[in-house]
Design a protein around this ligand. Structure first.
Ligand code: ADP
Ligand code: MG
Length: 473
């Protein structure tokens, strides 16, 4: 069989974009078809992480696309075209400075379960830890920073500049969907880029616990220890799973100490700070606190807007400002849900073969707020605000910029957006012919103040309740 021609390749990608929209990424543009040999099509990815990800997460979709496009029973495999590293890990001998080069050169050793997550060299498919595939989406380039995650982000970057020395361990904590896994994987990716032979072990705490239990049962503790204590970088996601697990904690304590002693980097994430993890031994709490403990918190409006934009970009989607702002207003919990909204919208647009506009977003994502099932009208919102702040509608609609007017006006815009179906333009128009960016600005300000100012928070809650109580029009 001859190789794929360029038109067939384009058709294959177009098929994926139509039929498997959620998996498609902008970096697929960099994939290149290789030879089609003996019914097997090789597709070249530009690095090991992409290759690994495609092989683990996208194989069936690519195979289907190849079969539909060629009309033949072809299989697909992915290859990594990045140059194989020569020995780029600095050797201790050539680097007398143990601080800047804290880890020892690669020592050949018996792989056991092969946790050494350099995927370019992990040529086996039998790795039991491969549930934790590193996603090319989770890089520093695609991570949006804001005041909510600035410390965690800069500490993560610092770790990649000087692993093992600056912050060891780095402990990132926060609620679900706030970017902890993203940062952990970004660290792995950046370090793999810099030091392709670095021995990296990235896994979830769950996997660590399970493996520990298996090894205890099978009498393989020495392999277990060897495996985890001979890595240059140990990254464990969701370490709070150690809660109440005495024996695993004991084992992890020794692993931690051995790595820490030789200045090998440890990075951990958790849903809470070390001292709040239930039943975590004090000595582990103090170890976890001994480096950098960095929180990630819920993103403000501005950060949410940037995250939505970034998630759209990764998918090669152009979203209008109004749609982006709608999503960021509608969903204020975490980045994962923002991403889910982008994917959902993309899916709907693909099915209907139409644009992603505000009408679609409103239809798919529903009302701006669950409490707005009250179908509040703009009048309800204005009544509540003018009554509460003792201002007139004409003031809100005027050009006056005195704080006694601008503050209620901004709150009113914020509430109008939350409780009604009006677009940013419509709301801006209503409030004295202002444009949509003014409304976006108002939403951003109020959003920020809500998280900083408990009193405003209470006022808004009160107003929300007032508006929701109103009989529907
Ligand atoms: P966690 O591990 O904290 O539960 P994740 O790292 O899995 O959260 O993040 C959930 C989703 O949100 C991922 O798709 C991730 O890329 C995205 N995300 C979270 N925070 C950010 C951010 N600051 N910038 C870009 N994407 C983010
Ligand atoms: Mg996570």
């Amino acid at each position: 069989m001859s190789n794929l021609d360029p038109a067939q390749w384009r058709e294959m990608i177009a098929y994926l974009q139509r039929q498997h929209t959620p998996i498609c990424r902008q970096w697929f543009d960099r994939l290149r078809p290789g030879e089609l040999n003996g019914g097997l099509l090789t597709i070249h990815a530009s690095n090991a992480i992409e290759k690994n990800y495609l092989q683990k997460r996208c194989l069936s979709q690519f195979t289907e696309a190849a079969q539909v496009t060629t009309g033949a029973l072809v299989g697909v495999q992915f290859a990594d075209t990045s140059p194989r590293p020569t020995h780029t890990l600095p050797s201790v001998a050539s680097s007398p400075d143990p601080i800047s080069q804290p880890w020892s050169p690669v020592v050949p050793h018996e792989p056991f379960g092969t946790p050494l997550r350099n995927p370019s060299r992990a040529d086996d498919d039998t790795n039991p830890l491969d549930q934790t595939v590193i996603s090319p989406d989770y890089s520093f380039d695609t991570f949006i920073t804001g005041p909510e995650n600035a410390l965690a982000h800069s500490a993560a970057v610092a770790v990649t500049n000087q692993p093992g020395t600056t912050y060891n361990p780095l402990f990132i904590h926060g609620g679900v969907g706030l970017g902890k896994t993203h940062l952990l994987q970004a660290i792995c990716q950046r370090l793999l880029e810099k030091y392709p032979t670095m021995r990296i072990c990235y896994l979830s705490c769950d996997a660590f616990v399970n493996q520990f239990l298996d090894c205890v049962q099978q009498g393989q503790m020495s392999q277990f220890r060897h495996q985890y204590r001979h890595v240059d970088l140990l990254v464990i996601d969701d370490i709070h799973f150690l809660a109440n697990r005495e024996r695993t904690q004991e084992e992890f304590f020794h692993t931690f100490n051995e790595l820490h002693q030789v200045k090998h980097q440890i990075v951990l994430s958790s849903d809470s700070p070390p001292h709040e993890i239930p039943q975590l031994e004090d000595r582990l709490v103090s170890r976890f606190q001994s480096g950098m403990v960095a929180p990630v918190t819920k993103p403000h409006f501005e950060t949410r807007v940037a995250i939505v934009r970034a998630k759209a970009r990764v998918r090669g989607l152009e979203l209008l400002d109004d749609v982006i702002s709608y999503i960021a207003t509608r969903i204020d919990s975490n980045a994962r849900e923002l991403e889910g909204a982008v994917t959902t919208l993309q899916g709907h647009a693909a099915i209907h073969q139409g644009p992603i506009d505000l009408a679609l977003a409103q239809q798919v994502l529903g009302e701006p707020d669950a409490s707005s099932t009250s179908q509040a009208t703009l009048e309800h919102v204005i009544d509540a605000v003018t009554g509460y702040y003792n201002v007139r509608l004409s003031d809100l609609q005027s050009k006056r910029r005195h704080k006694s007017i601008t503050a209620p006006r901004q709150v009113c815009m914020w509430l109008a957006r939350r409780h009604t179906r009006f677009s940013l333009e419509e709301i801006g128009g209503y409030f004295g012919g202002r444009d949509h960016t003014t409304v976006m600005h108002a939403i951003r300000i109020v959003d920020q103040r809500i998280s900083d100012d408990p009193e405003l928070n209470r006022n808004i809650e009160y107003l929300n309740a007032q508006i929701a109580k109103r009989p529907s029009a």
